[in-house]
Design a protein around this ligand. Structure first.
Ligand SMILES: Nc1ncnc2c1ncn2[C@@H]1O[C@H](COP(=O)(O)OP(=O)(O)OP(=O)(O)O)[C@@H](O)[C@H]1O
Length: 310
């Protein structure tokens, strides 16, 4: 598991040791990671961890105090940044402009001819389920539908990279499915996708790699299973005749929960699970014994808490 990105010439997006202060507040403190072509990268972390600040710096709407953002090994310049599909946290559509006109304008701005622009716009409006709203002003749409249009705005000019700040928040379950599919398709075309989210179940399902941010830096980065392996080892033991505290005296073992004879145990590094099995067998029959696969939410809590107490 990498806790920081390997830096050097290479394809994709490289965020290299970004630093950013707002007055006295250190918002970013050496933020580094890579998003490779065709990779769906989930950017997670608590409120105020520095995700939006990082994305704004990638987009160039905010300048870093230190560090660099690179695309394919070269510093990301204005021309490169124009080819990023961006969905800002504060959203960014013209409220009084009609949906279709706004998207067509964006596509035209990015070099599409009139016919091609209209074709792209129609395709995304259909795909994202807002085609019947093409002649409505953005401000007349529900928040969820405004969000769909905002997504169309990030996709309509075929970006080389997608940077989406909480794209799933506020979407209904059907729209979540459509967006998940769209992001997967973009990845299949080779587009790297960086998105932030607090919906860890969704991130776990969808992402190739996940970066966990705390206090302006990347504290863990890897595939979901790499992160899970880096979390604590847990065992689930089903010993129906055992007293609730049966595992208390095993060195290096902490009881996480006991429900109906089923005990979840956390093992310190190096503890032999066979010692636990023998202790369980001394209590009577053992009906189940196995490793507990933590969810990304559990792993996230573990990593963030460990970092806080380090
Ligand atoms: N314009 C600003 N002026 C001063 N402080 C700011 C500004 N923008 C962000 N911050 C601070 O910088 C830190 C990082 O904020 P940021 O918005 O990047 O976090 P985040 O990870 O996106 O959080 P959330 O999940 O809540 O959206 C926070 O402490 C925030 O209060």
């Amino acid at each position: 598991m990498n806790t920081s990105a390997t830096v050097g010439a290479g394809p994709g997006l490289e965020v290299d040791r970004l630093g950013k202060r707002y007055g006295e507040l250190r918002a970013l403190d050496g933020m580094s990671f890579l998003v490779r072509p065709g990779e769906l990268f989930g950017f997670v972390g608590g409120n105020g961890a520095g995700k939006t600040t990082t994305m704004r710096i990638v987009l160039g709407v905010l300048a870093a105090d230190s560090g660099q953002v690179r695309w394919d090994g070269a510093p990301l310049d204005f021309a490169g940044r124009r080819r990023i599909g961006y969905m800002p946290e504060e959203r960014g559509l013209y409220p009084k402009m009609k949906v279709g006109e706004q998207l067509t304008y964006l596509a035209r701005l990015h070099g599409f001819g009139p016919k091609a622009a209209r074709r792209e716009v129609e395709q995304w409006l259909e795909r994202l389920g807002v085609a019947e709203r093409r002649d409505d002003e953005v401000q007349k749409l529900s928040l969820g539908n405004q969000q769909r249009v905002q997504l169309a705005a990030a996709l309509v000019y075929r970006p080389m990279l997608l940077v989406l700040d909480e794209p799933f928040s506020g979407l209904d379950p059907v729209a979540v499915d459509v967006l998940s599919e769209v992001l997967r398709e973009q990845c299949a075309r080779g587009v790297p996708v960086l998105f932030s989210s607090h919906q860890l179940d969704l991130v776990e399902r969808l992402c190739d790699r996940v970066g966990i941010v705390r206090q302006g830096r990347m504290v863990a980065c890897g595939t979901v299973s790499e992160l899970q392996r880096a979390g604590s080892a847990r065992l689930v033991v089903d010993a129906p005749s055992a007293d609730p505290g049966w595992a208390e005296r095993i060195p290096g073992v902490r009881i996480v929960s006991t429900v109906d004879g089923q005990t979840v145990l956390e093992l310190a590094e190096g503890v032999d699970d066979q010692v636990v099995l023998r202790a369980a067998l001394r209590t009577g029959p053992v009906r189940g014994f196995g490793r507990h696969q933590p969810s990304l939410t559990e792993t996230y809590r573990h990593i963030v808490t460990e970092e806080a107490s380090a």
